[in-house]
Write a protein that binds this ligand. Structure first.
Ligand SMILES: [Zn+2]
Length: 625
């Protein structure tokens, strides 16, 4: 008699009811469990059963619905593979500690273990109600007029339409007897409850009240699409995201944000509204609405609470429709003062005194895409900006607008090319010239010659490290003596993720980590390494925000001579480290990891290690901490 309970304990509730309902034999279940044990990546037993084709999605649904009153929501999530067992345990712990008895579902949402949308979806699966989105459905206004909207708000529901067997009504909680009664009072016994997000119900009620919905279909309602599009952009700004990805997929429209260099999931929408959102964005950036099969680009200027936002938009034609990526430019809040970009005191002082404060010469910031080099250029501009100097830029595009300087956005579409702009730039009598990027011989030549004629030039380059930048310049058909006499410094840079201060804890480097760093235990004496455990604030990544890591190569006498002697990059590096106190990117990263700012993982993942780093105590002395 005890057998069903034994099955439940060993394999979970869903497996147990599948056996009970006769969809699955105990033998097949046991076999699937043996397979599950052998998997290298853990998978819920339900997934394994599905892959073995022992059961179908439909059978799972049927069984759960038949037993819906006996299911517990938490274990359902775990068994379906939406959350991990330990997440559920953590939620139970929080529930125990909290004074107000919160529902386990609410806690899971608060802790970011699951999105509210996913929760509602699973609830609908568990309870057997259809999940609907009233905002994007056609609402029968005749039904809506049968009660004051206050009534709908009080009982958390909204009538959708008449169906064959009754009236379809969306509830945020269709198991709440009070709410059901509230609906029955108006619409009688024949109601068909469905489940919807509370937010979606409230929004729809408000929109109808405002009279925005006198048209039959809400899906075509321009106001709600405009609102939705604006909400996406504003949420991204509030999250501090750098990019917004809007991706059409077979069954949904997925929206993700890039934050601190990593994509995070924001929301899913029903695929039906993809076209409307795409069209709306095309209108906003003046792209061709009719064209859906070719890639397009554009720019949106958007007012967000008084702050002018600037977005660069790209439409990319995929097999499921157009994928849209918007990059948020010109976020003034992100512009850092020079002493806050993450350079250690000694390096910062050299960078100012021996590079930026020199009357003329080329300063190059180099690194791959996304390494933060553009932000550093802006921090330098901001440092140099004053009423006594004239600063002029040629950028593609302008990413931050800085007061008091003349910025030009390159626009090849109207033939405002880089070449054309650089030809005019020196005639503008500037003191400081900012060339967005050295991309070819021509721009390199302009930079060097502007410096020769007494200008200060700031520019970026796309190379791995600082020596690599020099070597690339040397290969660009420019005389070595011109480079050695004009380039004053090359800064290589990367961004590393910072440890979340809310969940950081001490970390003792493992022997394996030490080995990968090129160290033995005594080399890191005095280090204070940390790691983030993961919490709701950092979305369980253990990281929050980013910090710059730098390699500053000052072209002093010794380095200049090595260039003139056409030394190899290996030789130039060795000389710079020995005689010019060059701290490599890898070494700067190690010092930051040893102060508990970032992790060893980040250092190993992001930074090139071209030679064995010096010991932590030596490095700390060199950088001045
Ligand atoms: Zn955290």
């Amino acid at each position: 008699m005890n057998e069903p309970n034994a099955v439940k304990q060993q394999y979970g509730e869903i497996a147990s009811i599948l056996v009970d309902s006769g969809f699955l034999t105990p033998e097949k279940l046991k076999y699937a469990a043996r397979i599950q044990e052998k998997l290298s990546a853990p998978k819920p037993i339900i997934e394994v059963l599905k892959e073995l084709k022992y059961i179908t999605e439909e059978q799972i649904k049927t069984s759960i619905r038949k037993n819906r009153l006996n299911m517990r929501i938490g274990s359902l999530f775990v068994e379906l593979g939406y959350i991990k067992e330990e997440n559920l345990q953590a939620a139970f712990d929080i529930q125990k500690e909290s004074k107000t008895k919160k529902k386990i579902g609410e806690i899971l949402i608060e802790q970011n273990y699951i999105s509210d949308k996913k929760l509602t979806e699973v609830l609908s699966l568990q309870l057997g109600f259809d999940y609907i989105e009233p905002e994007f459905m056609e609402i029968d206004l005749h039904l809506f007029s049968k009660a004051p909207s206050k009534w709908f708000e009080t009982y958390h529901f909204i009538p959708i339409q008449k169906e064959e067997n009754g009236i379809l009504i969306a509830f945020s909680d269709p198991l709440d007897p009070k709410d059901i009664e509230g609906a029955k009072e108006v619409f009688g016994e024949n109601i068909i409850p469905a489940i919807a997000l509370k937010e979606s119900i409230v929004n729809t009620i408000q929109k109808i009240q405002k009279g925005a919905k006198t048209r039959r279909s809400i899906e075509m309602d321009a106001d709600s699409i405009i609102g939705l599009t604006n909400t996406i952009i504003m949420s991204a700004v509030e999250e501090g995201a750098s990019d917004i990805h809007i991706e059409p997929m077979i069954d949904r429209l997925r929206i993700r944000f890039r934050k601190d260099g990593v994509l995070i999931h924001y929301k899913d929408h029903s695929p039906e509204i993809a076209q409307a959102i795409t069209s709306r964005l095309k209108i906003m950036c003046k792209a061709d609405i009719a064209e859906r099969r070719r890639h397009q680009g554009g720019r949106i200027f958007f007012d967000h609470g008084g702050e002018q936002l600037d977005l660069r938009v790209s439409f990319y034609a995929t097999i499921h429709g157009e994928k849209i990526v918007m990059r948020l430019l010109n976020r003034q809040g992100q512009l850092l003062e020079l002493h806050k970009i993450g350079m250690y005191p000694r390096m910062l002082e050299r960078f100012r005194e021996e590079a930026l404060n020199r009357p003329s010469g080329v300063v190059i910031i180099t690194g791959p895409t996304g390494s933060g080099k553009t932000s550093t250029v802006y921090s330098c501009i901001s440092y140099l900006n004053s009423p006594q100097v004239s600063i002029i830029t040629a950028e593609e595009p302008v990413e931050y607008i800085i007061d008091g300087i003349a910025q030009c956005s390159i626009n090849p579409k109207i033939n405002l090319t880089f070449e054309e702009t650089l030809r005019h730039i020196v005639r503008q009598d500037p003191d400081i010239i900012v060339i967005g990027e050295i991309r070819d011989n021509y721009s390199a030549d302009v930079a060097v010659h502007a410096a020769l004629t007494g200008h200060k030039v700031l520019t970026t380059f796309h190379t791995e490290d600082s020596i690599g930048g020099l070597v690339r310049l040397l290969s660009m058909d420019i005389e070595a003596f011109l480079i050695s006499s004009t380039v004053v410094c090359v800064v290589a840079q990367r961004l590393l993720r910072k440890i979340c201060p809310n969940c950081e804890q001490q970390h003792r480097p493992s022997p394996k980590e030490l080995q990968r760093l090129g160290y033995v235990a005594k080399d890191i004496l005095g280090g204070n390494f940390k790691k983030g455990r993961g919490c709701a604030i950092c979305r369980h990544t253990g990281y929050l925000g980013r910090i710059g890591v730098f390699e500053l190569l000052i072209l002093d006498e010794i380095v200049r001579n090595s260039i003139l002697e056409r030394k190899t990059s290996h030789e130039i590096r060795a000389t710079s480290i020995e005689s010019s106190n060059l701290i490599t990117l890898f070494e700067d990263g190690i010092v930051k990891a040893a102060s508990g700012v970032t992790t060893i993982d980040e250092v190993l993942r992001t930074l090139p290690c071209l030679q064995k780093p010096r010991s932590l105590s030596t490095l700390r002395r060199l950088v001045g901490v």
